[in-house]
Design a protein. Sequence first.
Length: 481
Amino acid sequence: MRVNTAFMKKSTTSNMLRRLIAVTLVPMSIVVAVLIGVLCWYSIQYRTILQNVTSASAFSQNFKNDVDLKMFYYVSDSAYSEGKPVDEVERARELADTLLLHTTQKKSIEAIESVRDLCVTLELRMDEIDNAGSYDEGMTQLENNIYILTELIQSYMYDYLYYESAHLSQLQNEITEQLQYVILGIFGLFVVLIVTIAVYTSHLTEQINSPLTKLTNRVKDIQRGDFEQHIPVEATAVEIQTLSDGFEEMVGQLNSLIQENKKAERRKRHAELELLQAQINPHFLYNTLDTIIWLIEADKKQDSIEMVSALSDFFRFCLSRGKDVITLEEEQKHVLSYLSIQKTRYQDRMDYDVSIPESLYGYSIPKLTLQPLVENSIYHGIKLQREKGVIKVSAVDLGDIIELTVKDNGAGMSEERLAELRNALENGEKIGFGLRTVHQRMQLLYGDEYGLKISSSEGVGTTITAVIPKVESSEKGIINV
C-alpha cells in the first residue's frame, strides 16, 4: 500500500546537510566580509590622511628662510650666492600636486591649491628679478614679492597640516564610533544567525528524527506480531522515504507469505484430520461390527440394537456436516457414542464418566478433540492392566479459557516416556499421531498458548488436559478449512 507523496518536496540527507552548512557559513561569511570591508575602508582613509600629514611634514620648516636668503644672495650678487632656489620652489610645488591627489577635505584642498599656485607665482617673480635695472629695484622686488610669497606658501602649508590633522582626529573619532555600531550590528546579526541556525537545525533534526522514530516504532510493532501492511512513513529525506516504502512493501509480501503458509498449514491439518478419521474408522468399525455379531449370536438383541445406534451416532458426529469446528455438546455426544461402544466391547474391564457443564455446551471446539484422547486412555492405559479401568472426561470454565480433562487410572508411563511424548508434541515429531494432530490443530486455530498438556505416573494413570479459548460457536473467530 503506497501513499502518493509526490506533492512533498523530497531531498537527500546529504543535500539537507549541505543546506545546513550553507545556512551556517553563508551568513557568517557575509558578516565577516562586511566587517572586513568597513575596517578596510576606514583603514584606507586613515592611512591616506596620515600619509598626507607625513608628506606635508616633510616640507622644510625653513622654506621661507632658505628661499629668502638664497634670493638675497642672488640679488646682491654675493660671493655666497648659489643661484636662484629654483629646486626648493619646484619641490614645494610637486609636493603640493602630490598632496592634492589624495586630499578630500575642502579646506585642505583650498590650502594646498594655494600652495601650488603661489609656488608657480613665486617662480615667475624669481624670473622677473633678472629683469631688474638696478640693485635697488631688485631689492624692492625681493621685499615686495619674494618675501611675501614665501611667507604665504609657508603659511598655507601650515594651514594644510592643521586641517589634515584635525580631519585625522575627526576620522579617529568616527572610526571609534562606527566600530561601536559595527560591533553592535555584528552582535545583533550573530544573535539572529544563531537563532536562525538553531531553528533550521531543529527543523532539520525533526525532519530526520521524526520519521526514523516512527520507523523504529513500526519495527517494534512487527516484532510484536503486527504483520499488516501500513501506510509508509512520510519523510522529507529521500533515503528514509525509500526505506519506509520498501519496508512496508516487504512487510506486505511477508504477510502474504505468512497467510499462505497458514492456509497451507490448515490444509495440512485438515488432511491429517481426514487421515486420522480414515485410520480410526476402519479398525474401529471392524471391531465394533465383530462385537455386534457376537451380541446377535449371543441373542442379546437389545444390546446389539443399542450398539448399532451408538455406532450410527458416532459416524454421524464424525461427519458433522463437513464442519471442522463443532460445539462442546456435539463433541460430548460424539465421545459418549464412542465410550458406549467401547464399554460394550470391554464390558466389566472399564467404566467411564463424562461431566461437561451445560453452561459450556454452546462453546466451540475442534472436531475429534476428545475422542483421540479417550482412545489413547483405552489402548495405552486401561487395556494394559488387568484391573478395571475408569475414564473420566470433564470440563472446567476458567473465565477466558476452558480446560477439558481426560483422566484414567490405567498403566501410566515412565518419566522418560512422558518427557519423550511432551517433546514430540512441542516439536511436531511423529509420535502418537492422534495426540500430535489434536495438539497442532488447536495451536493452529487458537495460538501457541493453547493445546494439550500431559501428566502421568507409572502404575497410577494418565491425565491429558486440552486448553481451548472460550469462543461461542456463533462467533467468527473460528476458521473452517
